[in-house]
Design a protein around this ligand. Structure first.
Ligand SMILES: [Zn+2]
Length: 199
């Protein structure tokens, strides 16, 4: 059985996926970052963790075959297919204060609200409960002198990643609504998510 989830440009969604399911995320029009968080469906205090994943991989980069770890160091998701190979998990989700403080744009749509809102249906009711995301397709290269940058993703229309769930998970995603500086081609666009249960 396959569920399809449409994520309009600049908006977010949340969904459940059982262990063994494959979650395919398609950047329909290209150049779009997708913030992604996940929780253990059986214990919402265990979340997908960038810092644990970096420790386990001993790398700043994930690629096809990488296993993404939880906040308790357990395998949570595996990146099994990746047509782009450019992702970030060092930069937090954009939020209201980011737009208010850095761009004088309070009230701008933001990834944290995009994920926290839909997660309410799964009992995850506050933005503080949303962990730091993996930013799939986000292009945040480490540049000269160890500094970091955020530029537009190189993804072309239809590029995809496929994640395999290694436990029952609740996920949230946000098509990043940042349209003031590069990062999403200045025009946030849609994602399509397919959740395909095993068997
Ligand atoms: Zn964002």
């Amino acid at each position: 059985m396959t569920d399809e989830i449409h994520v309009p440009g600049g908006h977010g969604r949340a969904f459940a996926a059982p262990a063994g399911a494959r979650v395919t995320c398609i950047d329909v029009k290209g150049k779009q970052a997708l913030d992604f968080v996940a929780f253990n469906a059986g214990d919402l205090t265990e979340t997908l963790s960038g810092v644990e994943t970096r420790r386990a991989l001993m790398s700043l980069y994930i690629r096809a075959g990488s296993v993404l770890r939880s906040s308790r160091g357990r395998p949570m998701l595996a990146l099994v297919e990746d047509t782009i190979g450019v992702h970030d998990y060092t930069i937090p989700a954009c939020d209201d204060s980011r737009f208010a403080v850095d761009f004088a744009a309070p009230g701008h749509r933001n990834c944290l609200a995009n994920m926290a809102g839909p997660l309410g249906a799964f009992g995850i009711g506050t933005p503080l409960a949303v962990p730091e995301p993996f930013n799939f397709f986000q292009n945040s290269p480490v540049v000269e002198d160890g500094r970091t940058a955020v530029v537009d993703p190189p993804s072309r229309p239809g590029e995809r990643i496929v994640l395999e769930c290694l436990m029952d998970v609740i996920c949230a995603v946000s098509s990043c609504p940042q349209d003031i500086i590069p990062g999403n081609g200045l025009v946030p666009t849609e994602f399509r998510i397919f959740v395909e249960a095993k068997g």
